[in-house]
Ligand binder design. Structure first.
Ligand SMILES: [Mn+2]
Length: 400
């Protein structure tokens, strides 16, 4: 058997911008490199947003559909915790692609997220606290998948599900969460620790983190898939190429993606001639056929009367050679409070939605409101304010 594994393709990331095609190029290469597999697993965040534009959805589904053009010996023999009628027989033409949805695709309960939509189109199998058991020429493989949820509910969701390995099968457990010590954003502390993951599985596949790693876990191994394309960067991503994994029931093979941009990461301490130093450094970066992504971080204390250089001028000056981002993590004397606030925003990398979620949660807490913020926030984001208004004023009883 051969199982192809990857995650976090973030299709549509920076769509329409210079890097707008990168996520699709990565998905295409990941699919090409797993076309010799019997099953392909994608561990969440296939899309970058919960409601991708039709252009993005179409490009992504077209790439995924290539799996259906290849003959496959894989057969679905059982689906647990999911109604079989929810699965389109079309999803079993060619190589089955099995997915969970990630944090970027999660929508509220009574809506359809883009991964469920792909399943309805007959392109993939979507798992959320469910297990799909396959036969590959007499060998059994069970894929157990839990889709992404806010980290504060993750442990409860896992406990409620309580998955058990299937006998006489290779068991793969797939999840998309922050799991201590693997934490993607410090905004929400994880509720699951690595040792809390259930025992008895051969492979644990973890999406959500964008760097990759393999480590032993319980009696099996944990694969941190990493992303196929760089988005919000962790320093560690500069040192490792993006990849897909292949599992043959015994060994795990790491296959590097060759078409992604090189990532360069460099930190500078602030000093009066910082601009010249950064320029000198950027000049030394070798240019290949694709512009590298260069992340520069400037940190330190700026004296009250000193002028901040215009870093954007450097970004423009070298724009034809690299995709340059200069992040300032500076403290300016006398502006402590504002800087602290900006720093929190920055280090937490809060999206506008995460800010909104936090503000709404605070307000609901103050009102002793018992409605889960999770249940109503997505409706508000999508503009269904009337429904929520009716609910809060008691004119409507449920979210249905
Ligand atoms: Mn992700």
């Amino acid at each position: 058997m051969k199982i192809g594994i990857f995650s976090d393709c973030h299709c549509g990331y920076k769509f329409g911008e210079e890097r707008g095609e990168d996520s699709f190029i990565a998905l295409e290469e990941a699919m090409e490199k797993t076309m010799d597999c019997d099953i392909i697993l994608i561990a969440g965040d296939l899309f970058d947003t919960r409601i991708p534009k039709p252009e993005i959805y179409a490009k992504t589904s077209r790439i995924l559909s290539t799996a259906q053009h290849f003959p496959s010996r894989t057969k679905l023999i059982e689906i647990i915790n999911k109604e079989k009628h929810q699965l389109s027989p079309l999803a079993f033409r060619g190589i089955p692609v099995v997915m969970i949805h990630g944090t970027h695709e999660k929508r509220s309960k009574y809506t359809t997220n883009p991964i469920q939509s792909l399943e309805d189109s007959g392109l993939i199998v979507h798992l959320d606290c469910a297990t799909a058991v396959f036969d590959i020429d007499g060998e059994k493989v069970a894929v157990h998948g839990m889709s992404g949820v806010s980290d504060r509910y993750a442990m409860d969701k896992l406990k409620d599900w309580d998955p058990k390995p299937i006998e006489n099968a290779k068991n793969i457990f797939m999840i998309h969460q922050s799991i201590d010590p693997y934490i993607y954003s410090p905004l929400e502390p994880p509720t699951i620790k690595i040792d809390d993951l259930p025992q008895g599985f051969d492979i644990y596949v973890l999406g959500h983190m964008h760097w990759n790693e393999i480590r032993p876990l319980h009696q099996g191994r944990l694969i941190l898939c990493g992303s196929t394309t760089p988005t919000s960067l962790h320093k560690i991503e500069a040192d490792q190429p993006k990849c897909v994994y292949k599992y043959d029931g015994n060994e795990i093979e790491k296959v590097e993606l060759e078409k992604q941009r090189k990532i360069v990461w460099k930190e500078f301490d602030f000093e009066p001639n910082i601009k010249e130093r950064i320029e000198d450094y950027v000049k030394t970066i070798s240019v290949s056929d694709k512009k590298p992504i260069v992340n520069i971080k400037v940190k330190g204390l700026v004296k009250k009367d000193s002028m901040l250089p215009k870093f954007s001028e450097i970004e423009e000056k070298f724009g034809d050679k690299s995709i340059l981002n200069i992040n300032k993590n500076l403290e300016v004397e006398g502006l402590q409070e504002q800087i602290e606030m900006l720093k929190t925003f920055k280090t937490n990398r809060l999206s506008p939605e995460e800010h909104g979620l936090r503000i709404l949660q605070n307000n609901l807490d103050q009102m002793n409101c018992r409605i889960k913020v999770e249940d109503i926030f997505d409706y508000l984001v999508e503009g269904n304010t009337e429904l929520i208004f009716n609910l809060l004023t008691g004119n409507q009883k449920t979210l249905k």
